[in-house]
Ligand binder design. Structure first.
Ligand SMILES: [Zn+2]
Length: 372
């Protein structure tokens, strides 16, 4: 058997004779849940453990996960949901949340305290119907590549889902796609490592086909474009809470230049007399950003540059003088290695107006307004 997480060949570590199928419920008559013999495999590379997927394709179409739950359990989970959601919300201050595999909507009910917009996706038609009846915005669907949703979200939750999935990466990739930039997520799964290490036979179910290790869940989320914010081990519930953040897509150079130019353009709206400061090597690079913007001149403290030109700027370099600076309403500092020193000089001249400068590490434009 191949590992569902890293693809390596796995090793048979145990055979479970009576692995329970289905959920415990409170029956009207005596009953016995069916059991199956399953082989438990473990990956020596990532520590992931798994059993064969014996579940039929349509199993989750009519899945119901309610009967086992008692009133006390509901009260307890509401408390836990509350703690987890509070933490998730604090990761990025998000306003919208998608709950993947929302069931009857218990988590959505709690999430409304923290998110303005809460939406759920649920494959089981019966669980979906209950969630809908309770008034939640839910779609009856599996959540994978084929799932189409126009809106994006600041956060997602996926509670007790990944242990059921033959291909968890598909769901996680889809989760990455529906998240806004800077989005966060919470994945909650049984603590497979602990279950196996302690031989906790009551935790084995035929529908739980994955038993994650810290390493396998970390690899899975990282492979799907997330970084791990934290993993919390809940030893009472034998669960892992994995808080993740979406990695930013790397932009190419022309996209970065275009972003920075747009930022700059919005900063110089309403500016009439723009003076550039700094005729160094960086001035030539920044000249691409200011192309087409009318400037009244460029100054530099190095007297040797006076009267000379810098690539891309059609004004001869002038020496720095208080008069030249004070007559402008905007100064753009091009010598970003000397931002601090130049800002002090400008302030000492008693300048009142806008100063725009480029972050020395990221080139991102920023501005400062000097008041009288
Ligand atoms: Zn593996």
């Amino acid at each position: 058997m191949k590992c569902r997480i890293c693809g390596m060949e796995m090793k048979l570590i145990d055979i479970i004779e009576n692995c329970v199928e289905g959920h415990v419920y409170f029956g009207e008559k005596p009953y016995q849940l069916p059991t199956k013999k399953v082989e438990l495999y473990q990956c020596e590379t990532c520590g992931h453990a798994q059993i064969d997927n014996l579940i039929e394709d349509t199993y989750y179409d009519v899945y119901e996960c309610r009967d086992e739950n008692t009133t006390a359990y509901y009260a307890y989970t509401e408390n836990i949901y509350d703690e987890r959601l509070k933490k998730l919300q604090s990761l990025n201050g998000g306003k919208s949340l998608l709950d993947i595999g929302c069931g009857t909507g218990d988590l959505l009910s709690c999430a409304q305290k923290y998110y303005d917009k809460c939406v759920g996706v649920e494959p089981s038609s019966s669980e979906y119907a209950v969630a809908k009846e309770r008034g939640y915005k839910v779609t009856n669907s599996y959540f994978d590549d084929s799932f189409n949703m126009d809106e994006k979200f600041d956060a997602f939750t996926c509670n007790m889902v990944f242990e059921h999935l033959e291909n968890p990466a598909t769901v996680l990739h889809a989760a990455n796609r529906i998240l806004n930039r800077g989005g966060a997520g919470l994945i909650n799964i049984p603590d497979g490592e602990m279950i196996i290490r302690k031989g906790l036979y009551h935790q084995f179910l035929t529908e739980h086909i994955n038993y994650y290790s810290l390493c396998s869940i970390s690899k899975l989320v990282q492979d799907c474009g997330f970084s791990i914010q934290s993993i919390e081990r809940d030893s009472k519930l034998l669960e892992l809470n994995v808080f993740v953040c979406k990695n930013n897509e790397l932009k190419n150079i022309s996209e970065i230049i275009s972003d920075h130019r747009n930022m700059l353009l919005s900063m110089i709206k309403e500016c009439h007399n723009i003076v550039l400061w700094g005729a160094g090597t960086k001035a030539a690079s920044y000249s691409f950003l200011i192309k087409g913007i009318p400037v009244s001149g460029i100054v530099d403290s190095d007297e040797k540059k006076e009267g000379k030109y810098v690539s891309g700027i059609n004004h001869p370099v002038e020496k720095v003088s208080r008069e030249r600076i004070l007559c402008s309403d905007t100064i753009i500092i091009l010598a970003s290695s000397y931002n601090k020193e130049i800002l002090v000089q400008i302030e000492e001249m008693g300048y009142t107006g806008k100063i725009i400068y480029f972050d020395n590490e990221t080139n991102m434009p920023d501005m400062k307004i000097m008041n009288a």
